[in-house]
Design a protein around this ligand. Structure first.
Ligand code: ADP
Ligand code: MG
Length: 333
């Protein structure tokens, strides 16, 4: 790579303040990184690419781009019950982004990146830097205790379906960022709008929560594309169906301007919430709920295939099946 790019990496990605892990033998600067993993563990890997204009609006600030790029990957580790350890970063950068010279952009980007990495004791151990339209690929890896790993295929009939927090804020944040569907957020005050934007730009990966579920949850997924779509992955992989109680869905405060049906639709199909959705045996719920009072049971796994959405009122009597027109985000759909 050209010298200028080498200097960029030196300046912005060799942060002396960053985590220095004892299980790293060789980090940034050679042809490969080398790690010495603990013997008594398995390793989990995941990779995600975020492209400007596709996964985040073009004018997203650099610290939000950095935060989200790492957070969505951390969220995948969380959904597996893994403990974060190392990551690599492939960065494609334009000359100028967000009306900022690339140096200024990189400075903010790397600060936010290392700040989140420190929170999770993760070390950047390598990467690649190229020129082109802004795109960020991060690969994370971490430890998984042997025999654990909350796979999508593990859900059992009669398992409770649980989500780790409120849904729909990020989808509302996207409407606000793109100034679309204005009626849906017209009643929110500035502070509430900012909270929705923060939910979109700074998603909280539920890493500690995922770790605490590793020997309890039968199956898990993180909510990146929307509840219906992501829960659908569990149902398909586990060869089961589910019933969701719409009244139980934890709705984000930023859905306050919506009527009930629109709020449900947002919570069911809005992407980017990065809460965990997992299933567990009913008998294990009280203990999990004691540790995590903000977790909410939203439904149950059934032998009957398909996903049924049940409304307790509004459209009719208790338990009536509710037709909702919604789907998750599918890049090739
Ligand atoms: P190579 O030519 O072998 O692909 P590079 O010249 O691309 O190596 O990178 C030199 C070193 O800098 C490598 O150790 C690589 O992992 C690291 N590196 C390159 N870009 C980044 C980046 N964006 N973040 C972290 N490390 C990087
Ligand atoms: Mg390279």
């Amino acid at each position: 790579m050209p010298r200028s790019e080498f200097q960029l990496i030196q300046s912005y990605f060799s942060d002396p303040e960053q985590v220095s892990r004892p299980d790293l033998i060789l980090g940034i600067g050679d042809d490969c990184a080398i790690v010495a993993p603990r013997e008594q563990a398995n390793l989990a890997f995941s990779i995600d690419t975020l492209i400007s204009g596709v996964h985040f609006p073009h004018d997203t600030p650099p610290d939000a781009v950095a935060y989200k790029s790492l957070a969505v990957n951390l969220s995948d580790l969380a959904a597996m019950g893994a403990e974060p350890a190392w990551f690599t970063l492939s960065l494609t950068l334009p000359e100028v982004n967000h009306n900022m010279p690339r140096e200024a952009w990189l400075e903010k980007f790397s600060q936010a990146l290392f700040s989140l990495a420190r929170e999770h004791n993760m070390q950047l151990i390598g990467g690649d830097t190229t020129r082109g339209p802004l795109s960020i690929t991060i690969q994370v890896s971490g430890y998984l205790s042997k025999n654990s790993g909350m796979k999508r295929g593990g859900a059992k009939v009669n398992d409770l379906i649980v989500v780790s927090g409120a849904l729909g804020a990020a989808a509302m944040g996207l409407d606000i960022a793109l100034q679309q569907n204005e009626a849906q957020y017209a009643c929110l005050c500035e502070q509430e709008k900012q909270q929705a934007l923060d939910a979109l730009n700074y998603p909280k990966a539920r890493v500690a929560e995922g770790l605490s579920l590793q020997n309890i949850a039968h199956s898990a997924v993180d909510l990146s594309d929307g509840l219906i779509s992501d829960l659908g992955h569990i149902l398909k992989a586990s060869n089961v169906g589910a019933e969701l109680a719409l009244e139980k869905l934890p709705l984000a405060a930023s859905l306050a301007c919506l009527d009930k049906q629109s709020a449900w639709e947002k919570a069911l199909s809005g992407g980017d919430d990065y809460e965990l959705c997992f299933t567990l045996a009913e008998e294990d719920w009280p203990e999990v709920n004691k540790k995590h009072p903000n977790f909410v049971v939203i439904g149950i796994i059934t032998a009957q295939k398909g996903l049924r959405l049940l409304a307790a009122d509004g459209q009719g009597s208790a338990g009536q099946e509710y037709k909702i027109h919604t789907r998750g985000y599918d890049h090739f759909g």
